[in-house]
Design a protein around this ligand. Structure first.
Ligand code: GDP
Length: 296
């Protein structure tokens, strides 16, 4: 059974009944438990270290307010620092550029990239009233192109007609041209995924980026893969350059380890969360909510 961080801290924090300032001993004991819980949630070690250091430096010697118990106060500090680590400045997709605005979707195969492309297209169509065109650049897997076309029909978003024999850059350029001619606001380009980060994948994505100059490059990563998702994000950031992250399968992730490490490791904001298989299972990233989930 998954035990929340608050549950785990419970015993220790209940013992902190003394009033006055929090002592180093009190805080250290609690931080050992925080550290263990975060490592078990697959949070990157340097993230855990800098997190516990920040909590410690704020908590040790802090006067406990009359209205709260020392435990509540420590929880509040942990909560605030979780939000800071997650990125307190929630950002959503940036469409502030001349139309058609290109959004390049990148990530490993199976991360939920194609589904997320359709989810975002649906949201932009319905909420922003944008005219959206989607195109699959996955020339190696015809099934992936078909999948996007099927999803497009499902969400009522046009997909670029499939032309066999074209290379990803050619398809991307064709999509941009079709969007210009058709008066589209947004073009979503779903790139091919691989099972691992390999040079061929990176070179292909980098070339599309160079040619199309997308306004957003969103990395889609599976939160259930924990630190692997974070390492993938780092590799894409270093090799291609990304503007934001979409974390998928949050519905199955009770631990939040990937979310917590992402911002610290990549410096890029998590913009959206995938919360299920259905096309409407997409949420804005809210650091407060995620921190609440991690604390339990
Ligand atoms: P791609 O290979 O990266 O394009 O991945 P797909 O979009 O084909 O998704 C792979 C599988 O993950 C599909 O069965 C999706 O329905 C599922 N999926 C995608 N996003 C989510 C999510 O946020 N939650 C859950 N539970 N499933 C998801």
């Amino acid at each position: 059974m998954f035990e929340t961080l608050t549950d785990r801290l419970g015993g220790i924090l209940e013992k902190l009944t003394r009033r006055g300032a929090l002592t180093e001993g009190d805080v250290n004991e609690a931080m050992r438990e925080v550290r263990r819980a975060l490592l078990e949630a697959d949070v990157a070690l340097d993230v855990v270290r800098s997190f516990t250091d920040r909590v410690k430096s704020r908590a040790v010697g802090a006067e406990v307010l009359r209205s709260v118990t020392p435990g509540q106060m420590l929880i509040k500090i942990v909560h605030d620092e979780l939000i800071k680590t997650l990125g307190s400045d929630a950002q959503s997709i940036d469409l502030d550029a001349p139309a058609p605005v290109a959004i390049l979707m990148v990530g490993l195969q199976g991360s939920g990239k194609t589904t997320t492309t359709a989810k975002i297209a649906r949201r932009l169509t319905e909420r922003n009233k944008s005219k959206v065109l989607m195109a699959s650049l996955d020339t190696r897997r015809p099934a992936a192109m078909e999948q996007l076309a099927v999803l497009g029909e499902q969400v009522g978003v046009t997909t670029l007609p499939i032309v066999t024999g074209q290379q990803p850059v050619q398809i991307a350029k064709r999509a941009m041209e079709a969007a210009r001619l058709g008066g589209y606001d947004v073009v979503m380009l779903d790139t091919a995924g691989r099972t691992t980060v390999d040079e061929a994948l990176m070179a292909e994505v980098a070339e599309v980026k160079k040619q199309v100059k997308p306004h957003e490059v969103l990395l889609v990563a599976d939160s259930l893969t924990g630190q692997d998702a974070v390492n993938t994000a780092r590799a894409f950031e270093e090799r291609v350059g990304i503007t934001g992250i979409v974390l998928t399968r949050i519905d199955g992730d009770g631990r939040g380890g990937a979310a917590l490490s992402m911002r610290h490791v990549t410096g890029k904001p998590i913009k959206l969360l995938g919360t299920g298989e259905k096309v409407d299972a997409l949420e804005d990233f809210d650091p407060g909510r995620v921190a609440g989930r991690i604390l339990g």
